[in-house]
Design a protein around this ligand. Structure first.
Ligand code: KDG
Length: 350
């Protein structure tokens, strides 16, 4: 992540400031490393996510737990809760705002009610690969959006990776833009997704992640869209026949901490959390990409009928959706969108 040294109006330290402040010179760093950890108290951190423990997001949380407990000498303990046992992304994020939970790592998409500008990450067909997405998330644009979180009672420490989303459904393969017509598709609670699928002629239904499997099983919806690792770990092959590799949107996860909790922490404790979230995030991104590759093979073995979508057809879908993207670019700020596209083009040309 591009560590902007900037103190927010709210006085919240950006992750980078802690790291840069703590390591302003080797001598200070040496002292802080060897000094007794009197700045660290016994604490329990309740951390919940929507995916399973075996999902890369879950494995990232296991790594986060290890790192926090190691860096704090065992004083800061993380209690991980998986499979939306603490609620779906929105509910858990609201629990952080209220101080009832300390950590969650949702997709940015359902948070657009709190930070509308997160919606720029939902523009279809913006990123061609993870490198381009990381260039935006770990650069100035990503930091600008994290800076909007403290006003919502949240602190964002890192972007993790949900990944490129693909469509599953129980009706027919989706190979062309026309094939979306009439499909009842579950989407995240996100206006860009809803408008984009409507523009393609589908019938989108916003729904919390934890309700998706049952909705597919009962036929409430025909399909859903998620990265391959999620499609695998949620066992959607049991209720879906077709997997179409649309790669229509790249979704980030954002590592969130309750600001009520964060503000109680000493700089040393904040450094433990910030370093652990970023190191676990690096690990999570690495395993996410390998898990997505492995998931494709598994899903084929489980009997899903899988089809690619050609670049030409992706371009047609992008053109059909363009009026939606233009509408939300105006809403979220064309300057920010232009900054994102410039970062994509720079990553693409390097
Ligand atoms: O906790 C994160 C999950 O809820 C995440 O997978 C959300 O991509 C998501 C979806 O489709 O709701």
């Amino acid at each position: 992540m591009n560590l902007l040294v900037k103190r927010l109006a709210t006085g919240v330290l950006l992750p980078g400031m802690l790291l840069l402040g703590a390591c302003s010179n080797g001598e200070d760093a040496a002292k802080s490393e060897s000094a007794p950890s009197n700045g660290i108290q016994e604490r329990t951190i309740k951390a919940g996510i929507g995916n399973s423990e075996t999902h890369p997001q879950g494995q990232g949380m296991v790594k986060f737990k290890e790192l926090v407990e190691e860096k704090s000498g065992g004083k800061m303990k993380v209690q991980n809760f998986f499979d939306a046992t603490l609620g779906d992304d929105l509910k858990m994020t609201e629990a952080l705002q209220g101080g009832m939970q300390e950590v969650t790592v949702p997709s940015t998409s359902p948070l657009v009610g709190m930070v509308p500008e997160f919606g720029i990450y939902d523009f279809p067909f913006v990123f061609q690969n993870e490198k381009e997405a990381h260039a935006v998330l770990d650069g100035a644009v990503g930091d600008k959006l994290l800076e909007k979180l403290p006003d919502q009672g949240l602190v964002g420490l890192a972007y993790w990776e949900n990944g490129f989303r693909n469509l599953t459904n129980s009706k027919h393969p989706v190979k062309t833009a026309d094939d979306f017509k009439g499909l009842k598709i579950r989407t995240m609670q996100n206006e860009v997704h809803l408008d984009a699928f409507s523009k393609l002629g589908a019938n989108p239904t916003p729904m919390a992640f934890s309700e998706v499997f049952t909705a597919l099983e009962t036929g409430t919806v025909d399909g859903q869209e998620n990265p391959l690792a999620t499609i695998k770990t949620q066992k959607y092959s049991e209720v879906q026949d077709y997997l179409s590799l649309t790669k229509h949107v790249y979704t980030p996860f954002v590592f969130l901490v309750s600001k009520k909790f964060w503000d109680e922490l000493s700089p040393e404790e904040q450094k433990v959390m910030s370093e652990a979230a970023q190191e676990a995030g690096k690990y999570q991104r690495e395993i996410n990409q390998t898990e997505n590759e492995k998931a494709l093979k598994t899903l084929e073995e489980e009997g899903m009928k899988i089809n690619e979508v050609t670049a030409e057809e992706q371009e047609k879908m992008k053109q059909i959706i363009q009026p939606v993207t233009d509408k939300y670019a105006e809403k979220f700020g064309t300057e920010l969108v232009d900054e994102m596209m410039t970062a994509v083009e720079e990553a693409r040309s390097n």
